[in-house]
Design a protein around this ligand. Structure first.
Ligand SMILES: Cc1ncc(COP(=O)(O)O)c(C=O)c1O
Length: 280
């Protein structure tokens, strides 16, 4: 455990990867994976979003010049809610002797029967470095890494954000354990956020949700902000995500669904979005 997800990603990558190494990172990966990659001082090459062929080309061209390589991606992307193609990424990474690291902040607790993106593709994908945060579905605070005991030993001794920052308060750890117990005991409950998101995408004829995050791209930042304010006045907290967090011209409303959202409210929300935002 680290103090937060941001601290985890900024500590894990520099502990495993050095100046002479290579990091390949999905262009839409979360800012803290980028921070960790940059702090490692390795050569950092972005690959096009979820484009396995592009990753393969970069690895074929560059892998031989670096002692170690790491492929970093979100398991569920934070602004689009889509799943990374983990089975294919794992195969390519293994072939090129590169570590695969996923950031499962938005996967743990809500996809793959609650077990996260590693389990969201049918058979379990072999991901040697699985990072995540307790700050989303777990409802708490703190970042984690799941890896082999040899890697964890190394992290304990080398990750600066682990060694030089205070650990979690016991109450926070206890709350996280209680949340994980709930998710483990009741997979039907863990499946609810995605089911609710799918109700919403079905009502609006959007592509079927693959996670509880559903983006509705509005375009200009001002229009997205106005739409967000309109929804707030109706009692819905839907954040407008604007550049530079997303590319210019793709400002969006980012809907996130929880197990607690009543279906009737999702229907009311979809009707407002259709009539007062999309059809205007
Ligand atoms: C994909 C992703 N990774 C990491 C983080 C950072 O985690 P934390 O809030 O625990 O620092 C976030 C957002 O908070 C996130 O969306």
């Amino acid at each position: 455990m680290f103090g937060s997800g941001y601290l985890a990603n900024s500590g894990i990558i520099p502990a495993l990867i050095d100046r002479e190494d290579l990091v390949l990172i999905d262009e839409l990966a979360h800012a803290c994976l980028w921070a960790g990659a940059r702090l490692s001082r390795a050569t950092v090459l972005p690959f096009r979003h979820s484009d396995v062929a592009h990753l393969e080309t970069l690895l074929a061209e560059h892998r031989g010049r670096h002692p170690r390589a790491l492929v970093a991606t979100d398991g569920v992307f934070s602004m689009d809610g889509d799943l990374a193609p983990l089975p294919e990424l794992a195969e390519v990474a293994l072939y090129h002797d590169a570590w695969l690291m996923t950031d499962d902040a938005h996967g743990i607790g809500v996809v793959g029967g609650g077990r996260g993106s590693t389990f969201a593709h049918g058979a379990k994908v072999d991901v040697p470095l699985q990072m995540g945060t307790l700050s989303k579905a777990i409802g708490g605070y703190g970042g984690y890494l799941c890896a082999s005991s040899a890697v964890i030993d190394l992290i304990h001794n080398r990750a600066r954000t682990f060694i030089y920052s205070t650990g979690l308060p016991p109450a926070t750890a206890a709350a996280a354990i209680a949340a994980l117990d709930l998710i483990e005991r009741d997979p039907a409950y863990a499946a609810l956020p995605l089911a609710k998101a799918r109700t919403f995408t079905r009502l609006l004829n959007l592509p079927e949700a693959t996670s509880p995050i559903v983006p509705v791209v509005i375009g200009e930042a001002g229009a997205a902000l106005k739409a967000s304010q309109l929804l707030e006045a109706e009692g819905f907290l839907v954040i407008a995500i604007r550049p530079p967090t997303v590319p210019a011209g793709t400002a969006r409303l980012r809907f996130t669904f929880s197990a607690a959202h009543p279906d009737a409210e999702i229907e009311r929300l979809a009707a407002i979005v259709r009539q007062r935002i999309l059809e205007r």
